[in-house]
Design a protein around this ligand. Sequence first.
Ligand SMILES: C[S@@+](CC[C@H](N)C(=O)[O-])C[C@H]1O[C@@H](n2cnc3c(N)ncnc32)[C@H](O)[C@@H]1O
Length: 284
Amino acid sequence: MLREILEALDPQPGQIIVDGTLGGGGHTRALAERVGKDGLVISLDRDPGAIERAEKALHGLPIILAHSNFSELQEVLDEIKCGKVDGMMLDLGLSSDQLADQERGFSFNSDGPLDLRFNPDEGKPAHHLVNTMKEANLADLIFEYGEERFSRRIARKICEIRRDHPIRTASELAEIVRRCVPHSPRETIDRATRTFQALRIAVNGELQALEKILREIPYCVKPGGKVAILSFHSLEDRLVKDAFREKKCYRTVNKKPILADTEEIARNPRSRSAKLRIAEIVEE
Ligand SMILES: C[S@@+](CC[C@H](N)C(=O)[O-])C[C@H]1O[C@@H](n2cnc3c(N)ncnc32)[C@H](O)[C@@H]1O
């Protein structure tokens, strides 16, 4: 939803904009072209690979790259001696590069390790949780973060199998989950999707990072500046919707979330679950 985000932020020459989720750099590049050489885009990503690729691909554009969690944005701005910025965007979730990397475990069919960390040098990989958590805790995690109705059945099966051998790969876990979740003709997603989502949220502390930045955005973005947040599942979207509605520092720009149009969904099927919310920062 590049067009919608650019329309919302309306970056002007000379402005400073934050892209909290650099990924493949598409949004960062478009923002940098709009703010021009007198402006600046500050782009963050937890994934060292994303930063490394962008150093080459975006060389020469007015961009500062930071290998950081967006929840640490205030520290990043302090470090580069930058005050409040003119606007900010987050495009949550995982990038196509991460999905394609067989060594990261994001793709259900990969025989690489079940890792699921955005930053492979931080925290524990998902196979650690899957092989060590108590059955009841694993079931709660899959239910809470994956909104998976069959969480108890999945956790039981995981524990049964790991008594025999540790579960190591993404494809192995996906196969176990598919055996526990019945086919539904109404569902178009893989039956392993919700369990993988739950584990990814847990290993990356995704909701905690989002909650923290939603609290801190008013200290990072000027009054009158816009914030655009694109989320891909209901847990994230709910946090954004509630913060924009309840915190006095935000004025919601679009009451209903903006959804991807049919053309974008045809081009990129993952965008079917995307929801874009925009708010303006107001002086308290
Ligand atoms: C959907 S992709 C962004 C795609 C990007 N907008 C583009 O144009 O290619 C999300 C990116 O955000 C990163 N990410 C997710 N959570 C993060 C966090 N808390 N802090 C920093 N980066 C994060 C991921 O590593 C991933 O590279």
